[in-house]
Design a protein around this ligand. Structure first.
Ligand SMILES: [Zn+2]
Length: 417
C-alpha cells in the first residue's frame, strides 16, 4: 500500500477508536474521507463550509476529517480568503507532493519515463532513453533498472509513488496485468513481476490506448467526449474513448484495427494472419514498400545518406519533412489516402466527434492529411462524417508517457470512489 492510502488508513483507525458504533460509522467516515480527498485532487481548494455543503455532512464532521488530513500532510491550510462580508474562512488544498504517478512508455528502441505530482505537474521526465525491446528476461531487467535509476535521480521517496503504468505494444490485458506479446510468463502476471523489481504497484496498458488517453487529458482533445485516436507508427492501432472513458472491451484487447483483414495481398502480417490493414498501412509496410520502390528504379534523396538495407521508418519521415523528398512525400500521401478510406469504416460505425491522428507518422501530417480528409469525404457517409473533426496529435512522441501518468491518476481516483 502506498503512503497516501496508509495515511488515510491510519487516521481512519482513529475514527474507529473514537466513534461509538465502529463498523457502520467508520465505513461512513472512511467513504467521506475518500470523497473529500478526491474533491481536493480533482477540483482544487475548499473551505470547510464548502465541503460541508457539497458532501451534505455537518461542519464538525468535516472539520474533524480536515484536521486529520492536515495532520497526515495530505492537505495544506492555505490561510484565509476574502469573501463577500462575514468572517474570512480558511481554505485548504491538496499537498501535491504527497503522492506521485509514474508513467513509462516502452518503445522498440527507446523508453520514456515521467513522474507527475497530484496537481499533474511533472517533477521529472526523460524521453527517448536508449533501450532495445526484446522479448527476453534480460530486456525486462534492463527496463526495470532504467525505471529504478530514474526514480533514484528524481529525489522522490519510492513509497510516495502510488503506481506505475507501463505501456507496451500488442495485446495487453490491463485488468489481469498480462502482456501477451512481451515478457509473458505462464506462472506470474507481468504486473506483479515488475512490481517485485521496482517495488511500486504496476498497471499495464496498451501503448495506443495510453496515447489516446494522454491526448484526451492533456493534448489536442478539447471538450470532445467520443474520440478515436489512431496510432500510425511501426504498427497500426486505435484507442477508443466513449463518453470520456477509455473503452477496453471484455478482455482489454479493443482497438486492434490494424489487424482487420481487408487486403487480398497474401502478405503475412506480424500477427501471423494475412492481408491485415497493417500489411499496407504501417511503419513496417512503408519501409518494405519504399525499399522495393528504390529497387525498382525510383530515386530518393535518402540514397545519398543511407544504403538501401539501412533505411528506417524515421529516415523516410525525415526525408519527407526536412528534405521534401518527392518519393517520401508520394508515399505519405498514398498512405493518407488509404488511411482515409479505412477510417471511414470507423467513422461510420462510431460517429465520433473527433479523430486524432497520432504516432510517428503524424509528423508527416502536412503531406498525409489532405489526401486523408478527401478520402474520408469520398468513402464515408456524409451525414455521419460532416461534423467529425480530424486533428493531428498535439503531444506527439510524449502522448504515451503523459497518458500513462493519467492512467495511474485514474486508478487512484477509482480507489477513492
Ligand atoms: Zn495482423
Amino acid at each position: 500500500m502506498h503512503q497516501l492510502l496508509n495515511k488515510i488508513k491510519m487516521s481512519l483507525s482513529t475514527f474507529i477508536r473514537t466513534v461509538g458504533n465502529p463498523s457502520r460509522s467508520s465505513m461512513k467516515m472512511q467513504r467521506l474521507k475518500r470523497r473529500i480527498i478526491k474533491r481536493f485532487i480533482c477540483s482544487g481548494n475548499f473551505t470547510i463550509a464548502e465541503l460541508s455543503r457539497e458532501t451534505d455532512f455537518s461542519i464538525p464532521t468535516v472539520t474533524k476529517i480536515v484536521n486529520e488530513l492536515l495532520e497526515a500532510d495530505v492537505i495544506f491550510d492555505l490561510g484565509k480568503v476574502d469573501t463577500q462580508g462575514g468572517r474570512r474562512p480558511n481554505t485548504y488544498g491538496i499537498n501535491s507532493k504527497c503522492a506521485y504517478y509514474l508513467g513509462v512508455e516502452v518503445g522498440r528502441t527507446a523508453v520514456s519515463i515521467a513522474l507527475q505530482d497530484l496537481k499533474n505537474e511533472y517533477v521529472n521526465s526523460r524521453e527517448n532513453i536508449h533501450f532495445t525491446l526484446e522479448n527476453t528476461r534480460p530486456s525486462l531487467e534492463k527496463l526495470c533498472s532504467l525505471i529504478n535509476s530514474f526514480i533514484a535521480d528524481s529525489g522522490v521517496n519510492r513509497e510516495d509513488v502510488i503506481g506505475a503504468c507501463i505501456n507496451l505494444s500488442g495485446r495487453v490485458n490491463s485488468n489481469a496485468g498480462l502482456s501477451y506479446n512481451f515478457f509473458f510468463s505462464e506462472n506470474e502476471a507481468l504486473n506483479s513481476i515488475i512490481k517485485s523489481m521496482i517495488d511500486i504497484p504496476v498497471y499495464l496498458e496498451n501503448d495506443t490506448r495510453a496515447m489516446a488517453y494522454g491526448e484526451f487529458k492533456a493534448g489536442v482533445v478539447d471538450k470532445e467526449r467520443d474520440v478515436i485516436f489512431v496510432n500510425m507508427s511501426w504498427g497500426l492501432g486505435i484507442g477508443i474513448i466513449i463518453d470520456g472513458r477509455l473503452y477496453y472491451g471484455k478482455s482489454g484487447y479493443s482497438g486492434e484495427f490494424g489487424h482487420s483483414p481487408v487486403f487480398d495481398n497474401n502478405i503475412l502480417c506480424q500477427c501471423g494472419k494475412k492481408g491485415c490493414l497493417e500489411t499496407e498501412i504501417s511503419g513496417w509496410a512503408l519501409v518494405r514498400d519504399f525499399k522495393e520502390a528504390i529497387k525498382n528504379g525510383n530515386t530518393s534523396l535518402i540514397q545519398q545518406k543511407h544504403s538501401l538495407d539501412d533505411i528506417t521508418m524515421e529516415d523516410i519521415m525525415a526525408a519527407a519533412v526536412e528534405d521534401e523528398d518527392v518519393l517520401a512525400i508520394d508515399f505519405m500521401a498514398k498512405i493518407g489516402e488509404k488511411m482515409g478510406r479505412y477510417l471511414s469504416i470507423l467513422i461510420n460505425i462510431f460517429n465520433p466527434e473527433l479523430v486524432v491522428i497520432g504516432g510517428s507518422m503524424a509528423s508527416t501530417a502536412d503531406y498525409m492529411l489532405y489526401p486523408l480528409r478527401s478520402s474520408i469525404k469520398k468513402f464515408s457517409l456524409n451525414l455521419v462524417s460532416h461534423d467529425c473533426k480530424i486533428k493531428i496529435s498535439k503531444l506527439g512522441r510524449s502522448a504515451g508517457v503523459v497518458g500513462a501518468c493519467y492512467v495511474v491518476r485514474e486508478r487512484l481516483l477509482d480507489m477513492l470512489d
